[in-house]
Design a protein around this ligand. Structure first.
Ligand code: WTA
Length: 656
């Protein structure tokens, strides 16, 4: 199994029609219905989104202007007042959904909890009051560094309720990475847990928080709120650290949702880019609420009877949009699972599907490829007949993995929605609507209504059908990022100037390569910048290089992606050493560990190769293309004439 290549997917001719029974009950029932919505949205995007905003969301006050577009800065529903926690909770309480399960949670050790909409509302209100008591005000930032437990969602919604922006930091990030993000966001409060369960071991989250705050590491942080989860015993600093359960006891459950401006910041989420430190992607309130609501409703065909499970972590955008906000805004039942598939429990996901009768299941190609390796006997031994729809996200899915998902998990009856989107886009951009769109294995199919996507060359000209090019989006959409936190110039440069505006038309540059086939279907090929995608997680090669060179032994480092059967790609690092150090297996181990310390386990290099020199151009740029060839064991391809010293190639081939 390998990443799809242009050659392999050009040969992919299989196509699957939406099952008739599915279409009949779906929100969007036919290709004609999709086409009609698509055409309406294209002809008058503002009317399209405004009508939906009116129908689907609760507003404290209606907007004056649907869209204000000062390229590349967009505002949506200007003048409107809204609160996403109200839309996710309060409005359901006055309906029959009051006692419907909002959140079903399954812990890794087998403990579980279900919160109805009324119960979730109560806990969110209590925590919102606790946050206020700890001095958090509208406009402040709160860091959330949590395991996959209901309190993570409660903390997010509590922030939204009082108008504080959250920044969720994935629990797998190291203390260093956590510190960087808390500092950049100038967070006032950190919400964490004593620890989290990960593959039967404890992740010491609070200990990492302590390290990040030591020596005044993140000086804006005034308080730390700690959920008791693993009970392994931790240090609590008097005055700064508080137990969640202590403050919850006695907190009032009365906390009306703050009417927020449509464009008030809802959250910052850090993601990797081509250069420098991870950037804080900013999402605002109303547009994000509408966009996650509509995309989940139509692409996942959410119905009131569904149990919906997205296996992502809340530390990533998928968890934000499609575990918490999208499902709850729709009044759906969302399932949250603390565990992860592992060799010692290869059937754990399917046990959860069976236990709760999951109807809609959303995961990443990496997980699917891992399941393929574990063997089909595990899903086959469980009753998966409740499933009616499957989704995938995070990286291109190879047709073989798609077919396996379709056959073994979906029993050949469940449509598969391959959703292409990004942290920056807030929600799905290119995706089938399962009752309407025929699917092709490996293609994310066609854009969501309201999204004008194109494949272009570097000048912004559309390329011919089936030609590779850059994936861009032409018109602003409600869920788009508004800026990079504290760095509007970086926002402009990264997303809007890479392909220069043409005739006043700004193109959002996604960073992905793609092609469009003769049916208008998009085939996303993967990143074209210095971002690699390891097991569906975005990593900047520069980030890993900076981590490596911060080790005393390393003179220079160059990081590239290397194809991996399960993870899609893994980190391969080429390293030159400082004079007094010599290459050894121990040093390789030490450097890998160093990267884990600096960033987190997701960035651990799969391979480190010591080399005497790097292949550079005469202007001193490392030729990563050559390193990529070497890492994947291919012959050096393409032009090498700009190489400064050709003997470097032989040295690299012989590297250890
Ligand atoms: C990749 C995750 C192919 C892509 C939601 C994108 C995909 C990056 C798909 C964003 C897909 C995501 N097919 N590639 N269905 N979905 N990607 O910000 O390279 O963590 O640019 O958001 O993942 O990753 P991010």
């Amino acid at each position: 199994m390998s990443e799809p290549t242009i050659e392999s997917i050009l040969q992919e001719k299989r196509s699957f029609q939406p099952p008739q029974e599915f279409s009949q009950k779906a929100h969007i029932k036919s290709l004609e219905d999709y086409q009609q919505l698509y055409d309406q949205a294209k002809a008058n995007p503002q009317k399209f989104w405004a009508d939906l905003a009116q129908q689907e969301l609760h507003w404290f006050q209606k907007w004056d202007t649907v869209m204000d577009w000062q390229p590349p800065f967009a505002k949506w529903f200007v003048g409107g007042k809204i609160n996403i926690s109200y839309n996710c909770l309060d409005r359901h309480l006055i309906t029959w959904r009051r006692n419907k399960a909002a959140l079903i949670w399954e812990g890794e050790p087998g403990d579980s909890r279900t919160l109805t909409y009324a119960q979730l509302h109560r806990e969110v209100c209590q925590m919102a009051n606790v946050f206020k008591q700890l001095g958090v005000q509208k406009g402040d930032r709160v860091g959330i560094y949590m395991p996959m437990i209901p309190e993570a969602a409660i903390a997010m919604l509590a922030c939204a309720r009082i108008g504080a922006a959250h920044t969720v930091i994935f629990g797998g990030f190291s203390a260093e990475a956590l510190k960087d993000r808390l500092v950049d966001a100038a967070a006032k409060l950190v919400v964490t847990a004593d620890g989290g369960w990960r593959k039967e071991a404890i992740v010491p989250l609070k200990e990492q928080v302590d390290k990040s705050l030591a020596n005044n590491g993140a000086p804006t942080v005034e308080n730390v709120l700690v959920v008791e989860r693993t009970k392994q015993g931790i240090q609590m600093e008097p005055g700064r650290d508080h137990w969640w359960h202590d403050l919850q006891t006695g907190a009032s459950a009365d906390c009306p949702a703050e009417p927020m401006d449509a464009e008030d910041m809802l959250f910052i989420l850090y993601t990797s880019g081509t250069t420098g430190k991870p950037k804080g992607v900013v999402h605002t309130t109303a547009g994000y609420n509408l966009y996650t609501h509509m995309t989940l409703k139509w692409a996942f065909d959410i119905q009131d009877t569904d149990v919906y499970w997205c296996t992502a972590d809340v530390g990533w955008i998928t968890g934000h949009s499609y575990i918490v906000y999208g499902p709850l805004s729709n009044g759906a039942t969302t399932l949250m699972y603390e565990g992860a598939p592992r060799a010692s429990n290869p059937g754990c996901f399917w046990d959860v599907v069976e236990k709760y009768g999951v109807n809609i299941f959303y995961t990443a190609p990496t997980a699917i490829r891992a399941f393929i390796k574990m063997g089909e006997e595990h899903p086959k031994a469980r009753n998966l007949s409740s499933l009616r729809l499957l989704g995938t996200v995070g990286e291109p899915i190879n047709p073989e993995a798609w077919m396996w998902y379709h056959r073994v998990i979906g029993g050949e009856r469940c449509p598969i929605v391959d959703t292409w989107w990004q942290t920056e886009t807030g929600g799905f951009m290119i995706t089938p609507l399962p009752g309407a769109t025929p699917t092709k294995p490996g293609s994310a199919t066609r854009p969501f209504p309201g999204i004008i996507a194109e494949v272009v060359d570097l000048e912004g000209n559309p390329v011919a059908d089936n030609q590779g090019g850059y994936l861009v989006v032409k018109h602003p959409w409600p869920g788009m990022l508004r800026t990079v936190y504290g760095n509007p110039e970086r926002f402009r440069r990264t997303y809007w100037e890479h392909i220069p505006p043409k005739d006043g038309q700004y193109l959002y540059f996604a960073g992905d390569g793609a092609r469009k086939d003769e049916d208008g279907y998009f085939w996303v090929m993967g990143r074209v910048d210095d971002v690699i995608n390891v097991a569906g997680h975005r990593l900047g090669t520069m980030e890993v290089e900076s981590a490596l060179v911060s080790h005393a032994a390393v003179a220079e480092a160059a990081v590239v992606g290397k194809p991996d059967e399960v993870k899609g790609e893994e980190v391969c690092a080429f390293v030159t050493l400082e004079g007094s150090y010599s290459a050894s297996e121990e040093l390789k181990k030490e450097l890998k560990q160093h990267v884990v310390k600096e960033i987190g386990a997701i960035a651990r290099p799969g391979e480190i190769r010591f080399t005497e020199a790097m292949p550079k151009t005469r202007s001193g740029k490392i030729m990563r293309r050559l390193l990529r060839n070497l890492a994947s064991g291919q012959e050096i391809a393409g032009d090498t004439s700009t190489l400064e010293d050709r003997s470097v190639l032989d040295k690299l081939r012989g590297g250890s």
